[in-house]
Design a protein around this ligand. Structure first.
Ligand SMILES: *Cc1c(COP(=O)(O)O)cnc(C)c1O
Length: 398
């Protein structure tokens, strides 16, 4: 039997591969350069063009481009009216920003457990966690698979809650035949470089609701308006504007917008390649009892952002940490998405304890994020599979 590199064998690949990497081509570079030669570096025509493009991609009525996804979540929570004393339900298996946006508003995140097989928030548990203080639900489309939006929307409607979709992973996915982005009350996309489409940094909130849209615009830009309908005093003149609320500077630059617009033209290509790689991984790992594959719900036609390798600890002589280190020795440099948010010291200080969400905690003990990105070659994919297979074969318990 071939020895894993960590046991002194030859690594599955010579060059290190990482879990994600952006893909930038000459068109992307030219798009940014054109902005640099133009009149507007921010608040210019590229912002409107991007917002329109995201609306036509998703079918949403309104889009508000922001400096990053976290800022977008913050203004979504504010626009939903989340404030002091409120509770907002979310999942612990996410990046901290999904819960931090609630804290920014002075409210309390309430962590609800995931489905043990799809890894997305469990709608039944959401319903059970609602109290008179609950104001909103932040549902994450973990790995790019859509959260089960139909029951979540139903629950939110019944209890008069706002459904905010943290769609940082979801661009390109369809839920029941409809593009994610036009389904929840508000949906956020992130354009961080590891996400499917990038702007360096960047985010957007999509909504069909004009009321939310107007608030989002205000919060994005200092709470300032030039719309006379929103003003409280008579305009002094053509220069006049008013600050009517406390907002932020969460604007995106035109360089970012131009890059995202150019990247969006490649989304079908990015999505197709990601689907190919996921199918190849699934095919390779399906027959291995020491591994477990994320369950796909039929409602979600998924463009995957992350590929989760989950070990079955009873079938292996090593744990997740040792598996992770063994992969690194093969030059397959993985990651773990995510550490349950309430494990962090900052959240511990706020009174959250371990044991809150057993399914999430078990998943955390057993998962590794494998490399998945557009520019991976077939050879890269096969070497990752070879590394995993070697480790499973060597350490499996029969
Ligand atoms: C990336 C990410 C965010 C934050 O997006 P930024 O653009 O980096 O601010 C929020 N939630 C999830 C699930 C993410 O993956």
């Amino acid at each position: 039997m071939e020895k894993p590199a960590i046991e002194g064998g030859k690594p599955a690949r010579e060059q290190k591969i990482f879990y994600g990497h952006q893909y930038i081509d000459e068109d992307d570079i030219q798009a940014v350069v054109e902005v640099l030669r133009s009149d507007y570096l921010t608040c210019g025509p590229k912002i409107t063009e991007l917002e329109e493009k995201l609306c036509s991609l998703t079918g949403a009525k309104y889009a508000v481009a922001c400096s990053n996804g976290t800022a977008a979540l913050h203004i979504a929570a504010l626009s939903a009216g989340v404030g002091e004393g409120d509770e907002v339900i979310t999942t612990p298996i996410t990046f901290a920003a999904s819960a931090n946006c609630v804290l920014y508003c002075g409210a309390r995140p309430v962590f609800v457990d995931i489905d043990p097989e799809t890894y997305n928030i469990d709608p039944k548990k959401v319903e059970a966690a609602i109290t008179p203080r609950t104001k909103a639900v932040v549902a994450v489309d973990y790995t790019g698979q859509s959260a089960d939006l139909a029951p979540l929307l139903q629950i939110c409607k019944e209890h008069h809650l706002t459904l905010i979709e943290d769609g940082a992973h979801v661009i390109g996915t369809k839920y029941k035949g409809q593009m994610n982005g036009s389904i929840a009350d508000m949906t956020m996309f992130s354009f961080h470089p590891v996400k499917t489409v990038t702007g360096g940094e960047g985010g957007v909130i999509l909504t069909n609701d004009e009321g939310y849209y107007k608030k989002l615009l205000l919060y994005r830009s200092h709470g300032i308006t030039r719309d006379e309908d929103q003003m409280q005093h008579e305009p002094d003149g053509a220069w006049y504007y008013e600050q009517v609320d406390l907002g932020y500077n969460y604007r995106m630059t035109d360089m970012q917008a131009a890059l995202i617009i150019s990247q969006l033209d490649k989304l079908p290509m990015f999505a197709a390649r990601r689907k190919e790689i996921v199918a190849r991984y699934n095919e390779a790992f399906a027959g291995m009892p020491a591994l477990s594959i994320q369950r796909e719900i039929p409602e979600s036609d998924t463009t995957r952002h992350l590929y989760i390798l989950r070990i079955v600890p009873e079938k292996l002589r090593i744990d997740r940490r040792q598996f992770f280190d063994a992969l690194a020795a093969e030059n397959v440099c993985c990651n773990v998405h995510y550490i349950p948010v309430y494990y962090f010291p900052y959240y511990e200080k706020l009174g959250y304890c371990r044991g809150l969400c057993p399914n999430a905690e078990k998943l955390y003990e057993e998962m590794i994020t494998l490399p998945l990105y557009y520019a991976m070659s077939d050879g890269d994919v096969e070497s990752v599979i070879e590394a995993v297979t070697k480790i499973v074969t060597f350490y499996r318990k029969d």
